[in-house]
Design a protein around this ligand. Structure first.
Ligand SMILES: Cc1cc2nc3c(=O)[nH]c(=O)nc-3n(C[C@H](O)[C@H](O)[C@H](O)COP(=O)(O)OP(=O)(O)OC[C@H]3O[C@@H](n4cnc5c(N)ncnc54)[C@H](O)[C@@H]3O)c2cc1C
Ligand SMILES: NC(=O)c1ccc[n+]([C@@H]2O[C@H](COP(=O)([O-])OP(=O)(O)OC[C@H]3O[C@@H](n4cnc5c(N)ncnc54)[C@H](O)[C@@H]3O)[C@@H](O)[C@H]2O)c1
Length: 507
């Protein structure tokens, strides 16, 4: 696949699942235009753009169908706007926090609407990358702007076009899950689709859910000056290592975010501008939280509604479309990738699966298998929280023998110079020295974890760091420090020490 292709932005009951696809099942197909293509990709988000671009670049006749905005969640309602909002929040924090650098601190005057304006501008600046024009010019991919639904095992209808294709790739992503809480619908709420288009700065933002979306948005709003309360039914950052989560928690507490763990929302009421959320602790105690805005971030649901998957014999559940390890659905001509499969929901995973689907369509059995043991993820709070490979729980569940190596940020010269000493690298090492997984918390953890992402993806051992010279002074040296600690412990066993002593005597 071309480099250009790989450079795409990897790119509501049980509750309400808001289908992005309007139901148009009653329209007949006889009056519609019919086209025949090699491949039809449904959804122009991180996964779909990558798959369509790859197939197009390799000479296939491809049609891409997008019902909403080109670029999907990542560009419009996810990664890009969230990281842009966080950038403004960090700037505000730096101004307040300047005293420790010998600079008079100032309380920033946050122009919230300008902050939101910048968010929308950054989206607009990047939109060309995921545009119909670029798809056509660079990859010879035609785009149809309509919601798609299956009208047969090898046929999709989108707007006034019936598409027959040898292969289909479903990449329709996911939507915010809205839990069935009494009064929530009536009160109204923000999701990831509306939080970046707010028209006023919340005085007190209540965030439902302490996962990555909830925590990134909670800290960003707090640093921009809003009061913030997080209501989490379990523990915040439940998928990450608690030892490292504690480091982020210390900072969130210092920022003044009110975090209520083991609390579930029972009822929401709105009176004028005020939301009152009644919450119940797992021990049964009840209390209320009042605020002027409410963000629902309690997880995602795959966009399977409205696709008429039954007509193509594609099995699915509310948790996603069923795929095998080649990403094939129960219809052997149809692949599914990204959030809609209900697996790890990250842009880089959607991109990875997009490339894999291309390989499997073109090379069939010679393609490749979907693997997740080497997938990294980063949550962009301050400090950042990053992970790659197996988690400690997974290592334990699999009965793998392992040891743990730690290297703290406070021993690193650059971290001290930058005033960023709260952090830790924690590496899980197999008995053969193989790097099984790594967690990093601290400034730029998302960059620091990349050395381990390379190592885990390539099955490298800790000894691979021996030959590496890390430039001084960098945060990357912390990874090398962890490897040095491991090598030192392995090398200087009592037996080896005795041998070295004996050799020294011979000298
Ligand atoms: C607030 C937030 C922050 C995030 N931050 C990060 C981050 O920092 N890093 C990271 O890796 N991930 C992040 N994610 C996750 C990331 O956005 C998703 O994992 C990624 O966008 C999934 O890509 P996808 O291609 O599967 O789906 P999407 O990008 O959502 O694309 C799906 C597309 O399909 C279209 N569609 C749906 N149904 C139909 C239909 N029937 N017909 C035609 N088109 C249809 C939709 O309109 C959409 O454009 C974040 C998510 C959110 C919500
Ligand atoms: N930096 C990143 O890469 C990034 C950022 C944001 C989102 N994402 C992706 O998007 C996905 C979805 O993020 P998310 O934060 O919405 O989901 P999540 O599933 O990761 O977290 C949701 C949280 O809400 C809690 N919860 C569930 N029901 C609740 C209720 N009724 N009341 C209170 N709390 C409740 C859960 O215990 C959980 O901690 C992530 O898993 C991730 O894959 C990635």
């Amino acid at each position: 696949m071309s480099d250009a292709t790989t450079s795409f932005r990897e790119t509501h009951s049980e509750g309400d699942i808001v289908s992005k696809a309007p139901s148009n099942a009653n329209t007949t197909n006889s009056s519609k235009k019919r086209i025949k293509v090699d491949a039809c990709v449904i959804g122009a988000g991180s996964g779909g753009l990558t798959a369509a671009g790859g197939l197009g670049a390799l000479g296939r006749k491809v049609v891409l169908v997008e019902g909403g905005k080109m670029g999907g969640d990542c560009l419009n309602y996810g990664c890009v706007p969230s990281k842009t909002l966080i950038a403004s929040a960090k700037t505000a924090h730096t101004m307040r926090d300047a005293a420790r650098f010998g600079i008079t601190p100032v309380e920033p005057e946050v122009q919230f609407l300008d902050v939101i304006g910048r968010v929308q501008q950054v989206i607009a600046d990047l939109a060309h990358h995921d545009s119909e024009e670029r798809m056509k010019e660079e990859f010879n991919v035609d785009t149809i702007r309509a919601y798609a639904r299956f009208t047969g095992p090898r046929e999709v209808t989108a707007g006034d076009t019936v598409i027959e294709a040898k292969h289909f790739v479903i990449a329709t992503g996911s939507s915010a899950f809205v839990p069935p809480i009494e009064g929530l619908k009536e009160a109204g709420y923000l999701t990831n689709e509306s939080v970046f288009e707010q028209t006023f700065q919340p005085r007190h933002l209540i965030v439902l859910g302490g996962g990555p979306i909830g925590m990134e948005m909670a800290q960003a709003h707090r640093l921009l000056g809003s009061k913030v309360t997080v209501i989490e039914k379990g523990k915040i950052f439940g998928k990450d290592d608690p030892e490292l989560v504690a480091v982020v928690r210390k900072r969130l507490d210092a920022d003044g975010i009110d975090i209520l763990e083991d609390f579930e929302a029972k009822k929401v009421a709105k009176d004028g501008d005020t939301f009152t959320v009644t919450i119940v602790h797992e021990d049964g105690t009840e209390r209320t939280v009042e605020g002027d805005q409410l963000l629902v971030a309690v997880g995602r649901r795959p966009n399977v509604e409205g696709l008429d998957l039954e007509k193509a014999g594609i099995e699915y559940s509310p948790r996603g479309i069923k795929v095998d390890d080649s990403l094939k659905t129960t219809n052997s001509r149809v692949f599914a990738i990204g959030d809609v499969t209900g697996g790890l929901q990250f842009t880089h995973v959607a991109g990875y699966q997009g490339r894999l689907a291309v390989k499997n369509i073109l090379l069939k059995a010679l393609g490749g298998k979907n693997k997740t043991d080497h997938v990294p993820w980063v949550t962009y709070t301050e400090p950042e929280l990053a992970h790659v490979g197996l988690t400690e729980n997974q290592v334990k569940e699999r009965g793998i023998k392992y040891s743990v190596v730690r290297a703290p940020f406070h021993d690193n010269d650059r971290a001290n110079a930058e005033g960023e000493t709260d952090g830790l690298v924690k590496v899980l090492v197999g008995s053969d020295g193989k790097i099984l997984g790594a967690d990093v918390v601290g400034a730029h953890a998302g960059e620091v974890v990349q050395q381990f992402a390379l190592a885990v993806a390539n099955g490298l051992k800790m000894s691979a760091f021996d030959k590496m010279i890390a430039p001084y002074p960098t945060l990357g040296e912390i990874s090398k420090a962890a490897a040095d600690t491991w090598s030192f412990e392995k090398l200087f066993t009592p037996l080896n020490k005795a041998a070295i002593k004996a050799l020294a005597l011979l000298d």
